[in-house]
Design a protein around this ligand. Structure first.
Ligand SMILES: NC(=O)C1=CN([C@@H]2O[C@H](COP(=O)(O)OP(=O)(O)OC[C@H]3O[C@@H](n4cnc5c(N)ncnc54)[C@H](OP(=O)(O)O)[C@@H]3O)[C@@H](O)[C@H]2O)C=CC1
Ligand SMILES: Cc1cn([C@H]2C[C@H](O)[C@@H](COP(=O)(O)OP(=O)(O)O[C@H]3O[C@@H](C)C(=O)[C@@H](O)[C@H]3O)O2)c(=O)[nH]c1=O
Length: 303
């Protein structure tokens, strides 16, 4: 099949491109600025907030399916610059969805557990969204844009994605490993419950939604819900780091600019039952994360 993947320089997008290529699909990555990943697929630099450029790129690629992970993902930066967040998470989502509609491509739109308020998680696909904060609001609006232009699209929500990104901002898992390997202490939220998700596993589920042209809501995340301290402890066990470096803290103590859901997390039963690419158990995810670290295939190691 022919695929377009947005945000192909990002954590999820780069893994989606790699998996698609491995499976023998034709791939065109869309990203901002110069290419920052390997692989043999075609790359088109495009600012996704510019609708005309997005439509030109999508028409030239003529995909059967589009996977759209591109987004402004720094939650506090979104809070500080709502105009940029709106452009990246709503305007761009609309442009990509219009492109999909124009060429008749299936759309897999990537979203987040942060569309929920975190009062009563974990959440299944039927739960009602109640976004708080600019990142959450704009991601929720992005979902509506995707559904408005491509009613049969898949909305794939994921959460706390970790992995070894090609470049750019370190994620929760990479940030933790970077600090712990230098024996630095890390303050970890004990009051935020989430579904940590290995990027490769998320990518595999997104690829399957694209290949099978499945629509509707899908929680494409890790298979277990836990607080951030428990994640840290499990990571220490697998990597052999000292658990005494983990300092339990409360989110409110950090005085972050953006609100974040506390009892968040996603129920992964639908994906577990219906997808071939299953949500992974925490230990298996961490073992894979560790194996990539050991193999030295970690571009931002120590970032
Ligand atoms: N990471 C996480 O913990 C979670 C992520 N998600 C969702 O998963 C998806 C993927 O996240 P992830 O891969 O981690 O994010 P990244 O930040 O690693 O990647 C996002 C990519 O989008 C690109 N991008 C942003 N704006 C534009 C634009 N205007 N034009 C072109 N490209 C643009 C970025 O480009 P550049 O590199 O130039 O900035 C970046 O490469 C997102 O939709 C996110 O909301 C959901 C839950 C958790
Ligand atoms: C999780 C955590 C973060 N921090 C710090 C690190 C950083 O400065 C700040 C925010 O951390 P994070 O970036 O990991 O957390 P956050 O921005 O809340 O991560 C979110 O990202 C978006 C894209 C999503 O969609 C969510 O699912 C979620 O993964 O808080 C701690 O000090 N302790 C902690 O336990």
């Amino acid at each position: 099949m022919r695929f377009v993947v947005t945000g192909s320089n990002g954590l999820v997008g780069s893994r989606v491109c790699a998996l698609l290529e491995k499976a023998g699909h034709e791939v065109v990555g869309l990203g901002r600025g110069a290419r920052r990943t390997g692989g043999a697929h075609r790359y088109i630099p495009v600012d996704l907030t510019l609708e005309a450029d997005v439509l030109t790129a999508i028409e030239s690629a003529a995909p059967e399916a589009i996977i759209h992970p591109a987004s402004m993902t720094e939650v506090d930066a979104c809070e500080r610059a709502p105009e940029l967040a709106y452009a990246a998470n709503v305007t761009a989502a609309m442009a990509v969805a219009k492109g999909a509609r124009k060429v008749g491509a299936h759309l897999v739109h990537v979203s987040t557990d942060y569309v929920f308020d975190g009062d009563q998680g974990p959440y299944d696909e039927e739960a009602r969204a109640n976004p708080r904060g600019v990142y959450a609001l704009t991601k929720h609006m992005g979902e509506q844009a995707a559904k408005s232009f491509v009613p049969g699209c898949a909305i794939a929500r994921t959460a706390v994605v970790y992995g070894w990104p090609p470049a750019g901002r370190p994620n929760f898992g990479a940030w933790l490993v970077g600090a712990l390997e230098k024996q630095q202490t890390v303050k970890l939220f004990e009051d935020q419950f989430v579904s940590p998700s290995l990027a490769d596993s998320v990518a595999a589920m997104l690829v399957e939604l694209g290949e099978r042209k499945l629509g509707g809501l899908w929680n494409t995340c890790g298979g277990e819900v836990m607080n951030r301290v428990s994640f840290g402890r499990a990571l220490c066990e697998v990597f052999g780091f000292d658990q005494n470096l983990l300092v339990p803290s409360r989110m409110a103590d950090l005085k972050l600019p953006s609100p974040r859901p506390l009892h968040s997390g996603l129920k992964a039963d639908k994906a577990r039952a219906q997808l071939v690419a299953k949500p992974l158990a925490l230990t298996e995810s961490l073992q894979r994360f560790h194996a990539a670290w050991k193999a030295g295939t970690t571009p931002v190691r120590g970032a």
